[in-house]
Design a protein around this ligand. Structure first.
Ligand code: ZN
Length: 121
């Protein structure tokens, strides 16, 4: 038995295709400081207090590569062709390739059969 797959490409649900996400430190910082009234020094101290300062005494980058899509912005997956057709609202025949062959033969045989039967009779 042969199973066919189609490639399924979806926009990354984590970064919505932006390829980057906000660093968790900055997300936490902005969540806890919604009013944005901290001075640079106070902000820096907040990052020190929460252990987000690197060994080089630098703030973490505000945005980092999205880990869910590895910075591609898309998530690639493989879906069974039968399931994919159903999701697209198409009802595939269970006899897939066999069905196609028989319908193709019948299409070809109709004119040929009618002329052959007329010729024989
Ligand atoms: Zn992503």
């Amino acid at each position: 038995m042969t199973t066919y797959y189609v490639q399924r490409v979806d926009t990354c649900p984590v970064c919505n295709g932006a390829k980057k996400t906000k660093h968790p430190a900055w997300y936490q910082f902005e969540t806890e400081n919604k009013e944005g009234k901290l001075s640079f020094k106070q902000s820096y101290e907040w990052f020190i207090k929460h252990g987000w300062i690197s060994e080089k005494n630098q703030l973490p980058p505000e945005y980092i590569t999205c880990k869910n899509c590895d910075g591609e912005g898309e998530v690639v997956d493989y879906e069974d062709l039968y399931v994919a057709l159903l999701e697209m609202g198409l009802k595939p025949n269970n006899a897939s390739s066999g069905q196609r062959e028989s319908s193709a033969k019948s299409d070809q045989s109709i004119p040929g059969a009618s002329t052959a039967s007329e010729g024989e009779q």
